[in-house]
Design a protein around this ligand. Structure first.
Ligand code: ADP
Ligand code: GLC
Length: 495
């Protein structure tokens, strides 16, 4: 039998403590499944001031932690410890008032990244490693996530290479190639690894320090969150300039589709919705639709198709093209409900639309778990016109709720949704290929037409969708394989 591993997951956000997107879901749920496989798994994240310390019963670890920050000197911080609720899995929170005592995680209210994000996350990355030493916890493998923790594999190969901690293999999971942590070159002085690493074959890209590039080149193995995205990031269209670097490591890159948390997203048990329902008894969904229409102030219409959208309002999600399509969509005999927050223009644009078409569209600019659940349950269709989508979670939730996803065929959306086949009635949703207003309109139109004129098809699509499963158990099994391989690679031994 293979030995059990000591695994450290380092993430800039994790549910239920702090979340801006799907990365938080992954960082909060994957550890639970890894623990079920018998591993000693722990999580580290920043101790943002928005985290409710009382609610989660966080307790301080007594001594302060010293984190060397190059020319800035040693930064001292506190560490709080808690558990992922309902599990014994330790979560450590790195406390630093100057860096993490802010209202938002990464951006100011106007959506601009904080000016000192470079120092904040280099600090956090180094703190994760210093914490291991302080705790005497020497992981077999450290799983970093995105640019915010990409300095970890870099540090492991430099500062800690000859430290016992340097035995740890590193796995970098890429959730999004667009955000790379690209900063002023002076960051080299803060990282303290020596300027010799500032060159085109290592950390430099476009005259800046590119943390993601350094992470990709230094981690033992790489994963990303779907097979489709693993292929796409090797192309100029989706590589955001780093496709060549990814291609260099293509042999070490694994696409592992995220799972869906069915404890949280299940129409049979969902606590937020007015009536539970299942594949065999669908009646509750009609009540959920009425409840959603009421909650959003739309006319209560059983007979009209309702399209839901829950998204960050950013270009990645194709909301600029959705905005272009909106005036045509409004002309359909259909209703739209949108929940989202993000770029300011989109708040004005979408936020203003209901004033003109109160019967057709309702919008909530904000973030609400409860409304997200109500939309998943109460809508007939769920729209995701993403420009790119590494994995995407909402289409998986939608499938489980029999809310047929309408997706652009990219990344994880393409991997998880099967297009409707009118002849065979196979499929789980509707797909389109070009990111244009016409393509969105035509596909929503196709779904609307099907809704009105082919009830049998809608029924079988719903059955197909609801029977799909993307379990975390399976996903965790794949991570485990990658971890074992990374450990073997790092130590050059077979276990
Ligand atoms: P991304 O991480 O790129 O935003 P994902 O589909 O992986 O995309 O994950 C998004 C997660 O965030 C989902 O769980 C989704 O329900 C949630 N979410 C996004 N926007 C909102 C919002 N405005 N209110 C509530 N939940 C939201
Ligand atoms: C990123 C991606 C999203 C993915 C999530 C979790 O936020 O944009 O597609 O589902 O990470 O991996």
């Amino acid at each position: 039998m293979r030995p059990k591993l000591k695994i450290l997951i380092c993430a800039p956000e994790a549910v239920p403590f702090a979340k801006t997107g799907g990365l938080a879901d992954v960082a909060g749920v994957l550890p639970k499944e890894l623990k079920k496989l018998g591993h000693d798994v722990r999580v580290v994240m920043p101790g943002y001031s928005v985290i409710d310390r009382d609610k989660y019963g966080l307790t301080p670890i007594n001594e302060p932690l010293g984190v060397p920050m190059g020319i800035i000197g040693e930064a001292w911080c506190g560490v709080y410890e808690g558990k992922i609720p309902g599990t014994g899995i330790p979560v450590y929170f790195i406390e630093h008032e100057q860096y993490f005592g802010r209202k938002n995680l990464y951006n100011d209210d106007s959506g601009q990244g904080y000016m000192d994000n470079d120092n904040r996350f280099v600090f956090f990355s180094r703190a994760c490693l210093q914490l291991c030493k302080k705790l005497g916890f020497y992981p077999d493998v450290i799983n970093a996530n995105d640019w915010q923790t990409s300095a970890i594999p870099i540090f492991l190969n430099t500062i800690y290479r000859h430290d016992p901690l340097g035995n740890a293999a590193s796995v970098l999971t890429i959730h999004n190639m667009q955000h790379q942590g690209s900063f002023y070159e002076g960051l080299m002085d803060v990282m303290g690894i020596g300027w010799k690493h500032y060159n085109f074959l290592e950390l430099e890209y476009n005259d800046q320090v590119n943390l993601l590039k350094g992470g990709i080149l230094n981690s033992t193995l790489l994963t990303t969150v779907s097979d489709g995205y693993a292929r796409e990031i090797q192309s100029p269209e989706h590589g955001w300039g780093l496709d060549g670097v990814v291609r260099e490591r293509a042999g070490d890159l694994y696409g592992i589709l995220n799972g869906c948390d069915y404890d949280e997203w299940n129409p049979e048990t969902d606590k937020y919705i007015v009536k539970n329902y299942s594949e065999s008894d669908f009646s509750g969904k009609a009540e959920c639709k009425r409840d959603l229409q009421k909650a959003f102030g739309l006319p209560v219409r059983d007979d009209m198709p309702l399209f839901g959208i829950v998204t960050r309002l950013v270009r990645q999600k194709g909301v600029d093209i959705l905005a272009e399509a909106l005036y045509k969509l409004i002309g359909l005999d259909a209703q739209f409900v949108l929940l989202g927050a993000g770029e300011v223009w989109a708040h004005f644009y979408f936020g203003g639309a209901p004033r003109f078409f109160p019967e057709k569209i309702a919008v909530n600019i904000g973030f609400s778990d409860e409304l997200a659940h109500k939309i998943e349950a109460g809508s007939d269709f769920f729209l995701m016109p993403s420009r790119f989508e590494p994995c995407g979670l909402n289409q998986m939730y939608s499938l489980r709720y029999g809310t047929l996803p309408i997706v652009r065929s990219t990344g994880g959306l393409n991997d998880t949704v099967e297009n409707f086949n009118e002849q065979t009635l196979e499929g789980t949703g509707f797909k389109f290929y070009d990111l244009t207003a016409d393509a969105i309109f035509n596909t929503v139109g196709w779904a609307t037409y099907t809704y009105y004129h082919n009830k049998k098809a809608i029924h079988s699509l719903r059955q197909n969708a609801m029977s799909k499963r993307f379990t975390w158990e399976e996903t965790a099994g794949r991570y485990e394989m990658v971890y074992y391989q990374a450990v073997r690679r790092r130590r050059n031994v077979y276990i």
